[in-house]
Design a protein around this ligand. Sequence first.
Ligand code: SAM
Length: 442
Amino acid sequence: MISASPDARALLARAMDHHRSGRLGEAEQDYLGVAAAGYRRVEVMRLLAGLADADGRLELALARWQEVLAGASSDVQALVASGALLHRLGRWNEAAAAFEAAAARAPEHPQVVAYMGVVLFDAGRGGTADGMAAPPIEPFVQLRMRRAVAAVVPFWHIPMMNDDARNDAFERAIVRAVTARGPSARVLDIGTGSGLLAMMAARAGAAYVDSCEAVPVIAKTAQRTVELNGYADRVRVIAKKSTDLVLGADIAEPADVLISEVLSSDLLTEGLLGTFEDALRRLVKPGAAVIPQAVTAVGCLAGGAALERLAAVGTVSGFDLSPFSALACPRLPIWRKSPPWTRLSANFDIVHLDLTASEHPAYLARMAVPVASDGIAVGVVQWMLVRLDADTALATHTEESQDDGSWLRILHTFARPVRVTAGQAIELIVGHDRMNLVITSA
Ligand SMILES: C[S@@+](CC[C@H](N)C(=O)[O-])C[C@H]1O[C@@H](n2cnc3c(N)ncnc32)[C@H](O)[C@@H]1O
């Protein structure tokens, strides 16, 4: 039993009265007096930690929780609170250690379940074998951790790696470029992902392969994958965005071969143009091989009842909901024939980009597209023709019904569906603003 002077007890009662009434400054002064008197110190320290946390004095709040832990090291609430503060202060590894200690004592504690995944992820342990395998991981924690990973690792990575047609086409061009430049070839692979294309370059005989990856957890996994496959002596993975690479510091010399697969299904949104322009300006030798060399957005006019129902709304249950069509998404993904759509024109080239050019200014142009079938054109279904080198090209899609690779087709919807008749031509405006294709009816 802790004995207390009547003064300390009265001070605590007064502190609690201040606290209840919202007089937090007075409450804190009195609690400090109680703590100094040594009366119910651990409980009072918890209240003091809460007061400091509430008005953003994070370091002080942490120090107070740590004092609680010094007297009661298995206090789960103190572990969780100090873990959350360490996380807010960016002290990722200490935060993870605090949450792990809490999880060891109370794996189902709601705050442990809620935050553990994110904390482990931020400590660099999400999505990697060490983080995922550390048993026991409570299912909610595991789900949160996987969701934290998914927030920075888009779903298409795995189908992309399993896309043999894509991989083989890149490897053909990589082998040709590396062989042509001989064993001293230096390669730069921008956006290495799993490290696949960088390892292909090493397997083709490149002496040095610098690769970079902007997403830290992906870069870390690429590093492991390169080690796993025995290429760590020739492939370096730099966890940086290419535009932040410093020549002479991150990479020793400009490259003889540039490889970069940063092609989103809609061509531009992964920052293709800025990435290539910067690399050509700073990171590769004049005359370096560039893979891919060019890319063309290809497409056709598309319609059909299913597309119309995705792109616009009219009368529903007797109500006119058409104003909502103004909010319709300008781009929709199409996976094979889902949703089903009808071709209303032959294929046409929409935008062509020479990736060896030093600049790609935004532009808009008018284009007349001959209509092949009657129908309501909802927009243009777009895919890509990727020119890897003089001898290798890869069409991301060919036939509507084909078992496609990993890229999606994209439906670029018109602001309003347009009725079209076979034999006429529809006027489109096409171009890009460097980050987005523009494809719309004139
Ligand atoms: C489409 S994936 C390709 C991965 C791998 N090169 C392959 O072909 O299997 C593109 C990767 O590049 C990364 N990335 C995109 N732009 C980048 C840049 N400018 N610098 C570094 N990484 C980039 C993305 O995070 C993503 O992991």
